[in-house]
Design a protein around this ligand. Structure first.
Ligand code: NAD
Length: 368
């Protein structure tokens, strides 16, 4: 594969086409070609309205200029969770109105998961829905957030409390953008890739090790991204609205969100999800899961440079309070996505009593 021949494939989702671009070299001149998607899609996506991560706009300005100059309007967005809210959404709508966006104006969003989520929400709601292209620029958004149609903003401190389902018509994967991604953000993406290996494609483990070990090639990272998107694509095409199997994608996130909030966001999302996967594998052992799995996950997280231990474990009271916000809560307890083995994750209901007994024990497994 070279820069001039994007690899196109459909997931089983009726709307989304994924176009991937790998560059043969990492030289500066090749990088310009790696962004060929702008030229290629220019005819079909005329005068788009753009929502762009301001950091990406700054770092990749030289390549994005041609897109900026042919757009009908541009909203540059600072990617901060405290700005992922209805106020910013209102500003994007205002900017769309100012730019004269019509029903046939397409929207292109360039940025990480945060920008994709809010930009897609603006596209899904303005004039009751506009065509959408997503260009994810972080590893996390490439392996996970770009696919599946979830859009959203935070409300009153609760993440993604308001949102819609609006799958992108085209997703452009260009791993070139990862060249400028900070290391910690890269590791966040590796945690989600590991999650996907656990859920549906154990072979991704090997690529994770290769990518973590040495300088990886564009083709290696692309293979990892494509395999992750394939697993997610199969799940969301079965259950777009998350009534059932899509809940499997929350693996690591139930404990992860609790640890992330309890740390007052000192733990990054990927770090917390990694720890969450260890704890949830330890819970699965109680229900008959593979007893080696928690250690195996630990080992792979260490490989990726992600933490496997924490200093302070939240008290039972804090745990119970934070778990209340979990979207998988039911009248009695919660549905947990538990990893029983590689490629064998199961939705398991735990009662509140079971949670109170098991959770503090498995979390103590994470203490330094
Ligand atoms: N819709 C979904 O299915 C889904 C799934 C997972 C996560 N999410 C959402 O995704 C968000 C997290 O996304 P994220 O991890 O991609 O982080 P992010 O979008 O918050 O970006 C992280 C940081 O990286 C910077 N950045 C982005 N691309 C860069 C690049 N190429 N070079 C240098 N810097 C770059 C951003 O400016 C920001 O500072 C959360 O809000 C989460 O709720 C959504």
């Amino acid at each position: 594969m070279n820069n001039h021949e994007p690899h196109k494939w459909h997931i089983d989702d009726p709307v989304t086409v994924i176009r991937t671009y790998a560059s043969a070299s990492t030289s500066a001149s090749a990088r310009t070609d790696g962004l060929n998607w702008i030229k290629e899609l220019a005819d079909e996506w005329k005068s788009p309205f753009l929502v762009v991560d301001s950091e990406v706009g700054r770092l990749w300005n030289h390549q994005l200029q041609s897109l900026f100059s042919t757009s009908s309007g541009l909203y540059l967005m600072d990617a901060a969770e405290e700005l992922k809210n209805t106020f910013t959404l209102d500003q994007i709508w205002g900017s769309m109105a100012g730019a004269g966006v019509r029903r046939d104006t397409p929207v292109i969003v360039v940025g990480g998961g945060l920008t994709c989520d809010i930009g897609a929400m603006a596209a899904s709601t303005y004039l009751r829905g506009l065509r959408l292209m997503l260009v994810p620029t972080t590893l996390l958004s490439m392996v996970d957030a770009c696919l599946g149609g979830k859009t959203g903003v935070n409300l009153a401190g609760v993440k993604n409390q308001v949102g819609t389902f609006h799958p992108a018509e085209i997703i452009v994967i260009s791993p070139e953008y990862l060249d400028t991604l900070p290391e910690r953000e890269f590791r966040n993406g590796m945690a989600e890739a590991l999650k996907t290996a656990l859920i549906g494609d154990p072979g991704i483990k090997t690529i994770i090790q290769e990518v973590s070990e040495a300088e990886y090639s564009s083709d290696q990272i692309l293979e990892m991204i494509e395999r992750c998107l394939k697993v997610k694509g199969e799940i969301v095409s079965e259950d777009l609205l998350e009534n059932d199997s899509r809940m499997l994608l929350n693996l690591g996130h139930t404990v992860g969100h609790v640890l992330e909030s309890a740390s007052e966001f000192r733990l990054s999302h990927g770090e917390a999800v990694g720890l969450g996967m260890i704890a949830e594998a330890a819970i699965a052992v109680r229900f008959g899961g593979n007893s080696n799995l928690p250690e195996e996950i630990k080992h792979l997280l260490e490989f990726c440079g992600l933490p496997t231990e924490i200093e302070g474990i939240p008290s039972s009271e804090v745990l119970a309070r934070l778990l209340q916000h979990d979207k998988k809560s039911r009248r009695s307890g919660r549905i947990w996505a538990l990893p029983f083995d590689w490629g064998d994750c199961r939705l398991t209901h735990m009662t509140t009593d079971q949670e109170e007994e098991i959770l503090p024990q498995v979390l103590s497994f994470l203490r330094t």
